[in-house]
Design a protein around this ligand. Structure first.
Ligand SMILES: [Fe+2]
Length: 272
């Protein structure tokens, strides 16, 4: 791994941010309408003191060539599709289940969006500047990130790999953020293996040395978490768990599938 890049937000894998525990349910939050789009906030800026922001988007505008002065931008397509051109000459169509990681100052252009486009978008930090124009000059600080490229992944069956040990009944798809964020952020999709269900039917109570959010994208999961009532979470429910918070996923539907965002990327899991 290269020497860790300096993020404007200041945190690193060794000195990571935390995320305050809480839930924004699929029917919670206020849809805010802007030209060409609407969004609801998922409470992540509040839960991280502005170090991250997460939004559930419906629609998005097309753009000129642009770059953002931030630490990273990431999004996952829930429905519909978006077409993007990137500074290294790629012309990409991102449909349902595709993901995008874009590094700081990465020049890109959104040139088409379907009417039914829906996505989860995360940025670090919550607030940042966008600079528009094919030839806009990047600031000197951009040089530190010049080795990084956008990472775009697609929902292909061979992207899923079986977990190890107690995770052997789940399949994992890595969305490629660990390396370009210098181990700060790991994002993956987890789905149950319907061919090989868990022998105990759940995870048992445990905690992690990471902070996380997760959002089911299919099926449901029953979860108990420290300081929270037991809940059944469905697709679109956005759950945040602070570092060290005890939790137990005690049941799930066979078709359960979730997005999981972990800070830092490498962590310990401790059974209780
Ligand atoms: Fe867990």
């Amino acid at each position: 791994m290269n020497q860790a890049t300096n993020w404007k937000s200041g945190w690193t894998a060794a000195n990571p941010l935390d995320i305050k525990t809480g839930l924004v349910g699929k029917d919670d939050g206020t849809w805010v309408t802007v030209p060409g789009a609407s969004y609801r906030d998922l409470g992540l800026a509040e839960a991280t003191g502005g170090l991250l922001r997460a939004r559930h988007l419906r629609g998005t505008g097309t753009t000129d060539w642009q770059f953002h002065d931030l630490d990273f931008q990431w999004f996952f397509v829930l429905q519909g599709e978006i077409k993007i051109r990137t500074e290294d000459g790629r012309d990409l169509t991102l449909g349902k289940g595709a993901s995008a990681y874009q590094p700081p100052f990465w020049r890109h252009q959104v040139y088409a969006v379907s009417d039914d486009y829906e996505a989860i978008e995360v940025t670090g930090p919550a607030d940042f500047e966008t600079v528009t124009g094919r030839d806009a000059i990047k600031p000197a600080r951009a040089g530190e990130f010049a080795h990084l490229k956008g990472v775009y992944t697609f929902d292909e069956p061979d992207e899923y790999v079986r977990g190890d040990g107690p995770r052997a009944w789940s399949l994992y798809r890595d969305l490629g953020t660990r390396e370009p964020t210098d181990g700060r952020v790991h994002i993956h999709i987890i789905k149950l293996d319907t061919e090989q269900p868990s022998p105990k039917g759940g995870t048992g109570e445990h905690h992690h040395s990471m902070a996380q959010w997760f959002m089911p994208i299919r099926g449901w999961i029953d979860i108990s978490a420290e300081g929270q009532p037991d809940r059944r979470l469905h697709a679109g429910d956005f759950m945040k768990l602070q570092r060290g918070a005890a939790h137990n996923a005690f049941d799930a539907s066979p078709d359960y599938m979730t997005l999981e965002f972990c800070v830092p990327a490498d962590y310990e899991t401790v059974a209780r």
